[in-house]
Design a protein around this ligand. Sequence first.
Ligand SMILES: Cc1cc2nc3c(=O)[nH]c(=O)nc-3n(C[C@H](O)[C@H](O)[C@H](O)COP(=O)(O)O)c2cc1C
Length: 175
Amino acid sequence: MFIELLQQRRSIRQFKSTAITPEQLAQLSEALLRAPTSRGRNPWHFVIVDDPQLLTQLSKAKAHGAEFLAKAPLAVAICAEPAVSDVWVEDCAIAAIILQLTAESLGLGSCWAQMRLRSDANGRSAEENVCEILNLPEAWSVDCIIGIGQPSQRPAGHPRASLPDGKIHRNRQPK
Ligand SMILES: Cc1cc2nc3c(=O)[nH]c(=O)nc-3n(C[C@H](O)[C@H](O)[C@H](O)COP(=O)(O)O)c2cc1C
């Protein structure tokens, strides 16, 4: 059941050193390419990174919150050509969460590292850093990087009672 996948999902930032298998990578790649996009324009590009040196460099692309990429066996940079679609950010976000949930369904763990609108310790754009590290074409932008691997710990899913039910609204809101 899909809801069970969501009930157990948590962000995972610590991984075993076990490599992602070719079968797992094939499924993750297929999932990415099945992500829906506005007008079917597919503005995205997905860069699979498993080179430890590149992963270490990516972990420093922004000031905080990407450190976990250094020890992830795999990362996927979710990029797009903004000229192809005005809603590339939404398309990238959908592909990213589909990737994360597919990883979860395969028994893997993952975490999102935001790059768009973030900067490094010197105030330089994290996106520019990623483009340089991965030698991406100038026409591409970077939304985020998803780190993936075998979880070294599995935190429990959020209990049902902890969910913010007050965020669900119905019909017209009172003034
Ligand atoms: C748009 C977005 C950006 C995020 N950026 C980061 C990030 O840069 N670094 C990080 O460690 N986690 C990041 N996360 C993961 C969140 O911190 C995490 O989902 C949130 O704290 C809830 O925890 P949970 O996923 O375990 O339920 C991001 C998540 C989203 C959806």
